[in-house]
Ligand binder design. Structure first.
Ligand SMILES: [Zn+2]
Length: 439
Protein backbone atom coordinates (compact mmCIF):
# COMPACT_ATOMS: atom_id res chain seq x y z
CA UNK A 1 0.00 0.00 0.00
CA UNK A 2 1.01 3.56 -0.77
CA UNK A 3 2.17 5.18 2.52
CA UNK A 4 0.63 8.46 1.36
CA UNK A 5 -2.88 7.00 1.67
CA UNK A 6 -2.34 6.00 5.30
CA UNK A 7 -0.84 9.38 6.08
CA UNK A 8 -3.80 11.19 4.51
CA UNK A 9 -6.28 9.02 6.35
CA UNK A 10 -4.50 9.72 9.64
CA UNK A 11 -4.98 13.44 9.05
CA UNK A 12 -8.69 13.14 8.21
CA UNK A 13 -9.41 10.85 11.18
CA UNK A 14 -7.87 13.39 13.59
CA UNK A 15 -10.72 15.79 12.76
CA UNK A 16 -13.56 14.83 15.17
CA UNK A 17 -16.35 15.45 12.64
CA UNK A 18 -19.16 14.09 14.79
CA UNK A 19 -22.67 14.74 13.43
CA UNK A 20 -24.71 12.85 16.06
CA UNK A 21 -25.79 14.12 19.51
CA UNK A 22 -25.90 17.73 18.28
CA UNK A 23 -22.61 17.37 16.42
CA UNK A 24 -19.41 19.40 16.31
CA UNK A 25 -20.01 22.17 13.74
CA UNK A 26 -16.43 23.42 13.75
CA UNK A 27 -14.93 19.97 13.10
CA UNK A 28 -17.63 19.19 10.52
CA UNK A 29 -16.56 22.27 8.58
CA UNK A 30 -12.90 21.33 8.88
CA UNK A 31 -13.42 17.75 7.67
CA UNK A 32 -15.36 19.04 4.64
CA UNK A 33 -12.67 21.64 3.89
CA UNK A 34 -9.99 18.92 4.19
CA UNK A 35 -11.63 16.91 1.39
CA UNK A 36 -12.18 20.00 -0.76
CA UNK A 37 -8.48 20.85 -0.54
CA UNK A 38 -7.51 17.33 -1.68
CA UNK A 39 -9.58 17.73 -4.86
CA UNK A 40 -8.28 21.24 -5.60
CA UNK A 41 -4.66 20.22 -4.98
CA UNK A 42 -5.10 17.54 -7.64
CA UNK A 43 -6.25 20.14 -10.17
CA UNK A 44 -9.97 19.50 -9.76
CA UNK A 45 -12.83 21.85 -9.07
CA UNK A 46 -14.54 21.61 -5.73
CA UNK A 47 -16.96 23.56 -3.58
CA UNK A 48 -18.88 23.19 -0.36
CA UNK A 49 -22.61 23.16 -1.03
CA UNK A 50 -24.59 24.40 1.96
CA UNK A 51 -28.32 24.10 2.27
CA UNK A 52 -29.94 25.87 5.23
CA UNK A 53 -29.45 24.05 8.53
CA UNK A 54 -27.51 21.21 6.90
CA UNK A 55 -23.85 20.19 7.10
CA UNK A 56 -21.97 21.07 3.90
CA UNK A 57 -21.73 18.69 0.97
CA UNK A 58 -18.34 18.42 -0.68
CA UNK A 59 -19.01 18.48 -4.43
CA UNK A 60 -16.16 18.31 -6.90
CA UNK A 61 -14.98 17.09 -10.25
CA UNK A 62 -11.66 15.66 -11.40
CA UNK A 63 -11.48 15.65 -15.19
CA UNK A 64 -10.03 12.88 -17.31
CA UNK A 65 -7.48 13.81 -19.95
CA UNK A 66 -9.92 12.70 -22.64
CA UNK A 67 -13.05 14.90 -22.54
CA UNK A 68 -15.16 12.11 -24.08
CA UNK A 69 -14.56 9.83 -21.07
CA UNK A 70 -17.51 8.55 -19.04
CA UNK A 71 -18.32 10.11 -15.66
CA UNK A 72 -18.16 8.13 -12.43
CA UNK A 73 -19.77 9.58 -9.32
CA UNK A 74 -18.05 8.58 -6.08
CA UNK A 75 -19.90 8.89 -2.78
CA UNK A 76 -18.76 8.77 0.84
CA UNK A 77 -19.46 10.53 4.13
CA UNK A 78 -17.07 12.53 6.29
CA UNK A 79 -19.28 12.65 9.39
CA UNK A 80 -18.88 10.11 12.17
CA UNK A 81 -20.84 8.83 15.13
CA UNK A 82 -20.08 10.25 18.59
CA UNK A 83 -17.33 8.16 20.22
CA UNK A 84 -19.41 7.17 23.27
CA UNK A 85 -17.71 6.45 26.61
CA UNK A 86 -14.02 7.34 26.18
CA UNK A 87 -12.90 4.86 28.86
CA UNK A 88 -14.07 2.02 26.61
CA UNK A 89 -11.52 3.01 23.95
CA UNK A 90 -8.08 1.36 24.14
CA UNK A 91 -6.58 4.42 22.44
CA UNK A 92 -8.28 7.84 22.07
CA UNK A 93 -10.89 7.84 19.25
CA UNK A 94 -9.38 10.78 17.36
CA UNK A 95 -5.74 9.70 17.68
CA UNK A 96 -5.45 7.00 15.01
CA UNK A 97 -3.36 4.07 16.26
CA UNK A 98 -2.21 0.92 14.50
CA UNK A 99 -2.35 -2.35 16.44
CA UNK A 100 -2.03 -5.82 14.93
CA UNK A 101 -2.80 -4.88 11.36
CA UNK A 102 -5.72 -2.59 12.17
CA UNK A 103 -6.09 1.16 12.30
CA UNK A 104 -8.14 2.19 15.35
CA UNK A 105 -10.09 5.47 15.31
CA UNK A 106 -13.69 6.72 15.12
CA UNK A 107 -14.46 6.80 11.39
CA UNK A 108 -11.62 4.38 10.50
CA UNK A 109 -14.16 2.07 8.84
CA UNK A 110 -17.37 4.16 8.72
CA UNK A 111 -16.71 5.79 6.40
CA UNK A 112 -13.46 7.75 6.07
CA UNK A 113 -11.19 4.71 5.74
CA UNK A 114 -13.58 2.83 3.48
CA UNK A 115 -14.17 5.83 1.17
CA UNK A 116 -10.79 7.60 1.09
CA UNK A 117 -9.06 5.17 -1.32
CA UNK A 118 -11.56 6.22 -4.02
CA UNK A 119 -10.67 9.89 -3.55
CA UNK A 120 -6.97 9.34 -2.99
CA UNK A 121 -6.49 7.25 -6.14
CA UNK A 122 -8.59 9.59 -8.29
CA UNK A 123 -6.47 12.54 -7.11
CA UNK A 124 -3.20 10.66 -7.71
CA UNK A 125 -4.27 9.63 -11.22
CA UNK A 126 -5.45 13.17 -11.99
CA UNK A 127 -2.12 14.65 -10.85
CA UNK A 128 -0.27 12.15 -13.04
CA UNK A 129 -2.50 13.08 -15.99
CA UNK A 130 -3.78 9.53 -16.45
CA UNK A 131 -7.25 9.58 -14.90
CA UNK A 132 -9.27 7.42 -17.34
CA UNK A 133 -12.77 8.64 -16.29
CA UNK A 134 -14.19 11.93 -15.09
CA UNK A 135 -14.63 11.52 -11.36
CA UNK A 136 -17.45 13.49 -9.73
CA UNK A 137 -16.89 13.69 -5.99
CA UNK A 138 -19.81 13.76 -3.54
CA UNK A 139 -19.07 13.57 0.18
CA UNK A 140 -21.77 14.28 2.70
CA UNK A 141 -21.72 15.19 6.38
CA UNK A 142 -25.09 13.90 7.56
CA UNK A 143 -25.10 10.18 6.82
CA UNK A 144 -25.16 9.27 10.50
CA UNK A 145 -28.16 11.52 11.16
CA UNK A 146 -30.08 10.59 7.99
CA UNK A 147 -29.87 14.12 6.55
CA UNK A 148 -31.68 14.86 3.29
CA UNK A 149 -29.23 17.27 1.67
CA UNK A 150 -27.34 14.65 -0.31
CA UNK A 151 -30.46 12.92 -1.64
CA UNK A 152 -31.87 16.31 -2.68
CA UNK A 153 -28.60 17.15 -4.41
CA UNK A 154 -28.52 13.92 -6.42
CA UNK A 155 -32.16 14.42 -7.40
CA UNK A 156 -31.54 18.00 -8.56
CA UNK A 157 -28.18 17.51 -10.32
CA UNK A 158 -28.83 18.05 -14.02
CA UNK A 159 -25.66 16.36 -15.21
CA UNK A 160 -25.71 12.62 -15.65
CA UNK A 161 -23.26 10.07 -14.35
CA UNK A 162 -22.52 6.86 -16.23
CA UNK A 163 -21.94 4.91 -13.02
CA UNK A 164 -21.56 5.54 -9.32
CA UNK A 165 -19.33 3.93 -6.72
CA UNK A 166 -20.41 3.84 -3.08
CA UNK A 167 -17.81 2.49 -0.65
CA UNK A 168 -19.81 2.37 2.58
CA UNK A 169 -20.38 -1.35 2.70
CA UNK A 170 -18.37 -4.46 3.32
CA UNK A 171 -17.48 -8.04 2.68
CA UNK A 172 -18.57 -11.22 4.44
CA UNK A 173 -15.04 -12.27 5.46
CA UNK A 174 -11.45 -11.04 4.85
CA UNK A 175 -10.99 -13.30 1.83
CA UNK A 176 -14.15 -12.53 -0.12
CA UNK A 177 -14.66 -9.13 -1.77
CA UNK A 178 -18.30 -8.33 -2.50
CA UNK A 179 -20.45 -6.17 -4.73
CA UNK A 180 -23.74 -5.43 -3.03
CA UNK A 181 -26.37 -5.60 -5.78
CA UNK A 182 -29.46 -5.51 -3.59
CA UNK A 183 -30.55 -3.35 -0.69
CA UNK A 184 -33.86 -3.92 1.02
CA UNK A 185 -36.34 -1.09 1.43
CA UNK A 186 -38.38 -0.40 4.53
CA UNK A 187 -41.78 0.62 5.81
CA UNK A 188 -41.27 1.81 9.37
CA UNK A 189 -44.54 2.12 11.30
CA UNK A 190 -44.99 3.88 14.62
CA UNK A 191 -48.33 3.36 16.36
CA UNK A 192 -49.74 5.05 19.44
CA UNK A 193 -53.00 3.86 20.98
CA UNK A 194 -55.14 5.81 23.44
CA UNK A 195 -58.12 4.28 25.19
CA UNK A 196 -58.93 6.76 27.94
CA UNK A 197 -57.98 9.92 29.80
CA UNK A 198 -55.70 8.16 32.30
CA UNK A 199 -54.68 4.75 33.65
CA UNK A 200 -57.46 3.24 35.81
CA UNK A 201 -57.49 0.73 38.68
CA UNK A 202 -57.94 -2.82 37.36
CA UNK A 203 -60.01 -3.79 40.41
CA UNK A 204 -62.42 -0.86 40.12
CA UNK A 205 -62.70 -0.71 36.28
CA UNK A 206 -61.23 -3.93 34.84
CA UNK A 207 -63.66 -5.65 32.49
CA UNK A 208 -65.62 -2.45 31.86
CA UNK A 209 -63.17 -0.18 29.98
CA UNK A 210 -60.81 -0.48 27.00
CA UNK A 211 -57.22 -1.54 27.79
CA UNK A 212 -54.65 0.14 25.50
CA UNK A 213 -52.22 -2.79 25.65
CA UNK A 214 -54.95 -5.26 24.67
CA UNK A 215 -55.90 -3.02 21.77
CA UNK A 216 -52.26 -2.74 20.72
CA UNK A 217 -51.80 -6.52 20.85
CA UNK A 218 -54.83 -6.82 18.58
CA UNK A 219 -53.34 -4.35 16.09
CA UNK A 220 -50.04 -6.22 15.98
CA UNK A 221 -51.60 -9.68 15.63
CA UNK A 222 -52.48 -9.47 11.90
CA UNK A 223 -48.98 -8.17 11.10
CA UNK A 224 -46.94 -10.89 12.77
CA UNK A 225 -45.04 -13.37 10.60
CA UNK A 226 -46.02 -17.05 10.78
CA UNK A 227 -44.14 -19.69 12.79
CA UNK A 228 -41.74 -20.11 9.84
CA UNK A 229 -40.85 -16.41 10.08
CA UNK A 230 -42.64 -15.59 6.78
CA UNK A 231 -44.75 -12.47 6.40
CA UNK A 232 -48.33 -12.79 5.19
CA UNK A 233 -49.12 -13.01 1.49
CA UNK A 234 -50.34 -9.39 1.07
CA UNK A 235 -46.99 -8.16 2.39
CA UNK A 236 -45.05 -10.29 -0.08
CA UNK A 237 -46.54 -8.64 -3.16
CA UNK A 238 -44.01 -7.83 -5.90
CA UNK A 239 -41.05 -9.85 -4.59
CA UNK A 240 -38.56 -10.63 -7.38
CA UNK A 241 -36.55 -13.84 -6.93
CA UNK A 242 -32.73 -13.73 -6.96
CA UNK A 243 -30.89 -14.41 -10.23
CA UNK A 244 -28.92 -17.59 -10.91
CA UNK A 245 -25.64 -15.63 -10.72
CA UNK A 246 -26.57 -14.40 -7.23
CA UNK A 247 -27.72 -17.77 -5.98
CA UNK A 248 -24.49 -19.35 -7.22
CA UNK A 249 -22.32 -16.70 -5.56
CA UNK A 250 -24.15 -17.12 -2.21
CA UNK A 251 -22.82 -20.68 -2.08
CA UNK A 252 -19.43 -19.09 -1.34
CA UNK A 253 -20.65 -17.16 1.68
CA UNK A 254 -20.19 -18.53 5.21
CA UNK A 255 -22.96 -21.01 6.17
CA UNK A 256 -26.15 -19.36 7.38
CA UNK A 257 -26.11 -21.38 10.60
CA UNK A 258 -22.75 -19.80 11.45
CA UNK A 259 -23.91 -16.29 10.48
CA UNK A 260 -26.78 -16.66 12.95
CA UNK A 261 -24.92 -18.39 15.79
CA UNK A 262 -21.88 -16.09 15.80
CA UNK A 263 -24.07 -13.14 16.84
CA UNK A 264 -25.91 -15.21 19.45
CA UNK A 265 -29.12 -15.49 17.41
CA UNK A 266 -31.44 -18.49 17.34
CA UNK A 267 -33.07 -19.64 14.09
CA UNK A 268 -36.76 -18.78 13.76
CA UNK A 269 -37.43 -22.23 12.27
CA UNK A 270 -35.40 -25.34 11.28
CA UNK A 271 -35.27 -24.28 7.62
CA UNK A 272 -34.09 -20.72 8.33
CA UNK A 273 -30.28 -21.29 8.51
CA UNK A 274 -30.09 -22.89 5.05
CA UNK A 275 -32.20 -20.02 3.63
CA UNK A 276 -30.32 -17.29 5.53
CA UNK A 277 -29.05 -15.22 2.58
CA UNK A 278 -32.33 -15.45 0.70
CA UNK A 279 -34.29 -14.51 3.83
CA UNK A 280 -32.23 -11.44 4.77
CA UNK A 281 -31.48 -10.27 1.24
CA UNK A 282 -34.27 -11.29 -1.08
CA UNK A 283 -37.38 -11.72 1.08
CA UNK A 284 -39.48 -9.23 3.05
CA UNK A 285 -39.39 -9.56 6.83
CA UNK A 286 -41.38 -7.97 9.61
CA UNK A 287 -40.18 -7.21 13.11
CA UNK A 288 -41.88 -5.62 16.07
CA UNK A 289 -39.10 -3.35 17.33
CA UNK A 290 -40.56 -2.08 20.58
CA UNK A 291 -43.75 -2.23 22.63
CA UNK A 292 -44.28 0.12 25.55
CA UNK A 293 -47.09 1.03 27.94
CA UNK A 294 -48.51 0.22 31.31
CA UNK A 295 -46.68 -0.41 34.55
CA UNK A 296 -46.10 -3.48 36.72
CA UNK A 297 -49.05 -3.00 39.07
CA UNK A 298 -52.82 -3.28 38.92
CA UNK A 299 -53.65 -0.71 36.24
CA UNK A 300 -55.72 -0.66 33.09
CA UNK A 301 -53.32 1.25 30.79
CA UNK A 302 -54.81 4.13 28.81
CA UNK A 303 -52.01 4.43 26.26
CA UNK A 304 -49.55 2.14 24.52
CA UNK A 305 -47.02 2.38 21.71
CA UNK A 306 -45.24 0.11 19.29
CA UNK A 307 -42.88 0.37 16.34
CA UNK A 308 -42.81 -2.18 13.56
CA UNK A 309 -40.36 -2.40 10.67
CA UNK A 310 -41.18 -4.18 7.44
CA UNK A 311 -38.05 -4.74 5.36
CA UNK A 312 -38.96 -4.81 1.68
CA UNK A 313 -37.42 -7.10 -0.90
CA UNK A 314 -36.47 -5.95 -4.39
CA UNK A 315 -39.55 -5.37 -6.52
CA UNK A 316 -41.83 -4.28 -3.69
CA UNK A 317 -43.54 -0.89 -3.68
CA UNK A 318 -43.15 0.91 -0.33
CA UNK A 319 -46.30 3.06 -0.75
CA UNK A 320 -48.38 -0.01 -1.60
CA UNK A 321 -47.02 -1.94 1.39
CA UNK A 322 -47.58 1.08 3.65
CA UNK A 323 -51.23 1.05 2.58
CA UNK A 324 -51.55 -2.70 3.28
CA UNK A 325 -50.16 -2.25 6.79
CA UNK A 326 -52.43 0.70 7.46
CA UNK A 327 -55.46 -1.31 6.29
CA UNK A 328 -54.62 -4.30 8.49
CA UNK A 329 -54.00 -2.15 11.56
CA UNK A 330 -57.04 0.12 11.18
CA UNK A 331 -59.20 -2.91 10.49
CA UNK A 332 -58.27 -4.32 13.91
CA UNK A 333 -59.05 -1.14 15.86
CA UNK A 334 -62.07 -1.46 18.17
CA UNK A 335 -64.65 1.31 18.56
CA UNK A 336 -63.66 3.86 21.17
CA UNK A 337 -59.89 3.47 20.77
CA UNK A 338 -57.83 6.20 19.10
CA UNK A 339 -54.87 5.36 16.91
CA UNK A 340 -52.04 7.61 15.77
CA UNK A 341 -50.06 6.11 12.89
CA UNK A 342 -46.91 7.47 11.33
CA UNK A 343 -44.68 5.94 8.70
CA UNK A 344 -41.43 6.42 6.94
CA UNK A 345 -40.52 4.44 3.86
CA UNK A 346 -37.49 3.68 1.69
CA UNK A 347 -37.49 1.99 -1.70
CA UNK A 348 -35.62 -1.30 -2.22
CA UNK A 349 -32.88 -1.39 -4.82
CA UNK A 350 -31.64 -4.20 -7.04
CA UNK A 351 -28.98 -4.00 -9.72
CA UNK A 352 -28.58 -6.65 -12.39
CA UNK A 353 -25.16 -8.33 -12.00
CA UNK A 354 -25.13 -8.69 -15.79
CA UNK A 355 -25.38 -4.95 -16.34
CA UNK A 356 -22.13 -3.68 -18.01
CA UNK A 357 -20.99 -1.45 -15.13
CA UNK A 358 -21.46 -4.25 -12.60
CA UNK A 359 -19.73 -6.82 -14.77
CA UNK A 360 -16.78 -4.47 -15.27
CA UNK A 361 -16.69 -3.80 -11.54
CA UNK A 362 -16.62 -7.49 -10.68
CA UNK A 363 -13.72 -8.02 -13.10
CA UNK A 364 -11.90 -5.01 -11.65
CA UNK A 365 -12.27 -6.32 -8.10
CA UNK A 366 -11.00 -9.70 -9.19
CA UNK A 367 -7.88 -8.08 -10.66
CA UNK A 368 -7.38 -5.93 -7.55
CA UNK A 369 -7.91 -8.66 -4.94
CA UNK A 370 -7.04 -11.84 -6.83
CA UNK A 371 -10.41 -13.32 -5.80
CA UNK A 372 -13.73 -13.42 -7.65
CA UNK A 373 -16.16 -11.17 -5.73
CA UNK A 374 -19.58 -12.37 -4.60
CA UNK A 375 -22.79 -10.56 -5.51
CA UNK A 376 -24.30 -9.90 -2.12
CA UNK A 377 -27.59 -8.47 -0.99
CA UNK A 378 -27.67 -6.35 2.10
CA UNK A 379 -30.58 -6.47 4.50
CA UNK A 380 -30.16 -2.76 5.22
CA UNK A 381 -31.19 0.33 3.27
CA UNK A 382 -28.97 3.15 1.87
CA UNK A 383 -31.30 5.99 0.75
CA UNK A 384 -28.66 7.65 -1.44
CA UNK A 385 -28.28 4.45 -3.47
CA UNK A 386 -32.03 4.31 -4.04
CA UNK A 387 -31.92 7.91 -5.31
CA UNK A 388 -29.01 7.18 -7.66
CA UNK A 389 -30.85 4.11 -8.93
CA UNK A 390 -33.94 6.26 -9.51
CA UNK A 391 -31.77 8.51 -11.70
CA UNK A 392 -30.78 5.43 -13.71
CA UNK A 393 -27.15 5.22 -12.54
CA UNK A 394 -25.76 1.72 -12.12
CA UNK A 395 -24.25 1.83 -8.63
CA UNK A 396 -21.31 -0.26 -7.51
CA UNK A 397 -21.99 -0.64 -3.81
CA UNK A 398 -18.88 -2.07 -2.26
CA UNK A 399 -16.08 -1.40 0.15
CA UNK A 400 -13.97 -3.54 2.38
CA UNK A 401 -15.57 -3.28 5.81
CA UNK A 402 -15.54 -6.44 7.90
CA UNK A 403 -17.96 -7.79 10.52
CA UNK A 404 -15.49 -7.04 13.35
CA UNK A 405 -14.85 -3.36 12.49
CA UNK A 406 -17.00 -2.27 15.48
CA UNK A 407 -18.90 0.43 13.59
CA UNK A 408 -20.59 2.96 15.90
CA UNK A 409 -18.93 1.24 18.91
CA UNK A 410 -15.78 1.85 21.00
CA UNK A 411 -12.52 0.68 19.37
CA UNK A 412 -13.82 1.06 15.81
CA UNK A 413 -11.08 -0.06 13.45
CA UNK A 414 -10.31 -0.81 9.82
CA UNK A 415 -7.97 -3.54 8.63
CA UNK A 416 -4.87 -2.25 6.85
CA UNK A 417 -5.45 -5.10 4.38
CA UNK A 418 -8.89 -3.59 3.64
CA UNK A 419 -7.27 -0.22 3.01
CA UNK A 420 -4.81 -1.82 0.60
CA UNK A 421 -7.59 -3.64 -1.24
CA UNK A 422 -9.55 -0.39 -1.38
CA UNK A 423 -6.64 1.37 -3.03
CA UNK A 424 -6.03 -1.39 -5.56
CA UNK A 425 -9.77 -1.69 -6.26
CA UNK A 426 -10.21 2.05 -6.83
CA UNK A 427 -7.50 2.08 -9.50
CA UNK A 428 -8.86 -1.02 -11.26
CA UNK A 429 -12.43 0.30 -11.11
CA UNK A 430 -11.51 3.59 -12.79
CA UNK A 431 -9.53 1.75 -15.48
CA UNK A 432 -12.36 -0.72 -16.10
CA UNK A 433 -15.20 1.82 -16.10
CA UNK A 434 -13.37 3.86 -18.77
CA UNK A 435 -14.81 1.40 -21.28
CA UNK A 436 -18.41 2.40 -20.44
CA UNK A 437 -19.94 4.57 -23.12
CA UNK A 438 -20.34 8.15 -21.96
CA UNK A 439 -23.99 9.19 -21.81
ZN1 LIG B 1 -22.38 4.68 10.27
Amino acid sequence: MDGALLEELDGWLRIPSVSTDGGDAEAIGRAAQWALERVRAAGGECELVRSPGANPLVVGELRAADPASPTVLIYGHYDVQAPGPLEQWTSPPFEPTIREGRLYARGAADDKGNFLPLLHVACAMARAGDLPVHVRVLIEGEEEIAGHAVVDWVRADERRADAAIVFDSGMPDPRTPAVTVGLRGIVMTHMAVRTGARNLHSGAYGGSVLNALHVLAGLLAPLLPDAEGRVREELREGVRPPSQAELASWQRLPPGALAISEVGGRPVSPSAPAEFYERVGAQPSLDVNVISGGEPRTVVPADARASVSLRLAAGQDPERMRAVIEGLVRGALPAGAELDLSFHVATPVLFDPDEPALRLAAQALERACGVTPVFARSGGSIPIVAEMAARGYPVIVGGFGLPDDALHAPDESYALASLAWGEAAARELYLALASLSAG
